[in-house]
Design a protein. Structure first.
Length: 110
């Protein structure tokens, strides 16, 4: 790995998160937050408790700009915690359906 490639991949990942955050409807943001909150209640790992805390803040806020900020924070935490293979599999299975639908809608402009 060279540093230029690493920076480029990191920039792409951050840009992808920004695209997902900005393209997400409030319904999608709330749906993801509710699903994460369900998982946080199911597992007692501190990572899920932290994600659940952010998710509950998303659900309870009415300010749309703040919801998007918290959603971005949630996705960045998910990316951080996904370095653990066990957590990665759980998070991918939870979020794949919701986010793949979002991405397809974004690509096709639906």
């Amino acid at each position: 790995k060279n540093s230029i490639g690493t920076i480029h991949r990191g920039y792409f990942r951050d840009n992808a998160i920004d695209i997902v955050v900005n393209a997400s409807s409030i319904h999608v943001i709330d749906t993801v937050a509710k699903r994460i909150l369900e998982i946080a209640k199911e597992y007692s790992r501190y990572e899920f408790i932290e994600l659940g805390y952010i998710a509950s803040r998303i659900i309870n806020t009415l300010d749309l700009a703040r919801k998007r900020e918290l959603y971005k924070e949630l996705l960045l935490k998910i990316r951080k915690f996904a370095k653990n293979p066990v957590l990665r599999n759980i998070l991918i299975s939870v979020l794949s359906g919701i986010l793949s639908d979002l991405i397809l809608r974004y690509i096709f402009g639906v």
